[in-house]
Design a protein. Sequence first.
Length: 547
Amino acid sequence: MTLHVDPMPAPTGAMALETYRLTKRFGSFTALDHVDLKVAPGSVHALLGENGAGKSTLVKCIAGFHRAEEGSIVTDGREQDIANPVVARSLGIGMVYQHFTLAPGMTVAENLLLAGGRVPGVISWRAQRRALQEFLASTPFRLDLDARPMELAAGEKQKLELLKQLYLQPRLLILDEPTSVLTPQEADEVLGYVRAFARAGRCTVLLITHKFREVTAYADDVTVLRRGQRVHACAVRETDAARLAQAMIGDAHAAEARSRPASAARPVPASGRAPALEVRDLEVMGDRGTLAVRGLSLAVRPGEILGVAGVSGNGQRELVEALVGQRERAGGSVRVCGEPYAARRGENHRLKVRSLPEEPLRNACVGGLSVAENMALRDFDLAPLAAGGVLRFGRWRSRAREWIAAYGIKTRGEDAPIRSLSGGNVQRAVLARELAGDINVLVAANPVFGLDFAAVEEIHARVRGVRDREGAVLLVSEDLDELLELADRIVVMSEGRIVYEADAAGAERQVLGAHMGGAQHEPALPLPSGEAVEARGTRTREEELAA
């Protein structure tokens, strides 16, 4: 008689996770030092720490991307040997990485199917599209199944990364900075959705974030890492932002932060001053052959930060690329200090225009060149970096060493390839280059994307410094909190147009969010400059149309 034993069904629902004394080394550097972590099933567990604290290393060990030298990973009370991401996926572990992992030439539908790892030889696209549309209808996201990632804005790419994992119905969902490129409304939508997913017992969520608001609003428990070690763990209801910040940076650094003087009040730009940057009726084509920027007008005066808010994918990326010369303009005009501006290199030098683009390694650097060479991209052929047509490489390197020290850039040296630096250090290197000398106009797009709160404060202080020295700053950000903190005025961009404007000091988050979400669809009126801008003040769109 043959005894037939059915294989045990794979477990479903939320996973319990523990790590015990987990240790990971890279050469002589210990990235994780005997870290214990306990995540309850069906909970949202936040993981905090500065850049380099070991957060990403820890979750990559859990997801099979790295293999720890010591310690254990335990799921549902059973020790697991997670040798690679395939093993992790078989256990029900999914991860949304901080950096995009999309196939850029494939459509949204193809990326979703590819994430499953079991693509049939012959695909019934009618059935698959019907299933994908039903899946999308169950989420708070709306993406065009036929769009390609190369055509999507950063926020839309991040949504697709999350959708890839949700489509697989993971038991443990790891999110590494999932809201870095989302507006507060989008972030609330995403985190509210995954929290509901967790509380329904369908999965457990491990969330890496730098935003204390997200921890207190959405997480059940929190663990803080510092220099590869666990230094604090508790229920969220038992702590607050001040204690979490102190755990992240340590007592000495916290005391230093408390001793810093408070930021000065925003200066009031002089009324009637001619704008340093003036954009009129700008039109820019998008990647799909349609207008992404439609008759957009704005003006920024000296000593002012104008914030541009908007849900990702409403033309912000195309606007910035057109202003800095990375995308052709289809119509309209741009003037800097009263002169026509085409974003050519000579004009940038003469008119003192600088830029801090989104994704600086892709948009502002040459990855294979050294830190010193990237720092010299703007003025390598000018004195003192060149003389008589001869490039003076020693001067490049000596200046780079000065900037590395001044900006606290962590690198093996000025000759290291810039692509070997972390994202925060690449951003600091670009900052050093772009903020050197006098500045009339600074165009900044999501300048603190993916950085920890200490780096964010440093970069914000430097942006304020440009304004305080009478520079005009156009700050395009998908983080409404950032705009409310830094900007003097805020305009909202929707469907390629300016649809609302308000003084930042009196701006209401709900009103801004409503316009960002498309609550108003009237055609935008041209934004005048000089006295007219000052007189307009904080009038609403309804008042503008009535006028």
